[in-house]
Write a protein that binds this ligand. Structure first.
Ligand code: 3PG
Length: 212
């Protein structure tokens, strides 16, 4: 799959909702109800970060939830890409980009949302065909004004800003012409998952989905 094809697929996934939940799953028993709660609230594209021992099994379980599109986040190595693919991830997200990681995603045919935070990083990805990118870490890299400024010389690139975004500042990003969606963990708070407050998470998802 060419990077341009991949990027088009990543764009389609990002267009599904205003927010891509960034999920850190510690307890495998949370996987199914969490996915169901977020999808029910109107957030179908879910990023499961590969930061916990159960993440790959969580992807396997969540991939079966109707209406969901489950991806793997925190992809760092070719081994991560292969494992994510094998678990059923339909897209990948990475905090930055390396040639080895991009090669692996292209070889595996895994649509990737690669991270970039500067004009040089955005240009390197664009040169390779990636027109849909993750702006990360968003708030500490200049926030919405930085994304807007990148849109001057680089209007052909669209972004999913992620990092430090919540209900209070998401709309500012979503109002920019070059922002398709934002990523964030605020829709799946650890305490609500531990309490099994799935209805509460659905309400957070509804609130987030209504941002656009
Ligand atoms: C992450 O990698 O954890 C994401 O950037 C999520 O950031 P957030 O917790 O600030 O939403």
């Amino acid at each position: 799959m060419t990077p341009a094809d991949q990027s088009r697929q990543a764009l389609e996934i990002c267009r599904r909702a205003a927010v891509v939940p960034v999920l850190v799953i510690e307890d495998l028993a949370h996987a199914r109800p969490l996915a169901e709660a977020l999808v029910a609230g109107g957030l179908p594209a879910l990023e499961v970060t590969l930061r916990t021992p159960v993440a790959l099994d969580a992807i396997r379980i969540m991939a079966e939830v109707e209406g969901g599109i489950v991806g793997a986040g925190t992809l760092l190595t070719p081994a991560d890409v292969a494992a994510a693919r094998a678990a059923g991830a339909r897209f990948g997200v990475s905090p930055g980009a390396s040639d080895r990681l991009l090669d692996a995603c292209e070889a595996e045919g895994l649509p990737l949302l690669p991270g970039a935070a500067t004009a040089t990083e955005v240009m390197a990805l664009l040169e390779r065909g990636y027109t849909m990118q993750k702006f990360f870490p968003a708030e500490t890299s200049g926030g919405a004004p930085a994304v807007k400024a990148l849109g001057g010389p680089l209007p052909q690139v669209t972004f999913c800003p992620t990092g430090g975004i919540g209900l209070g500042n998401a709309a500012t990003y979503l109002g920019l012409a070059n922002v398709v969606c934002v990523g964030g963990s605020w829709v799946a708070p650890k305490a609500m998952m531990e309490a099994g407050d799935w209805a509460g998470i659905t309400r957070l998802a509804q609130e987030a989905a209504a941002l656009r």
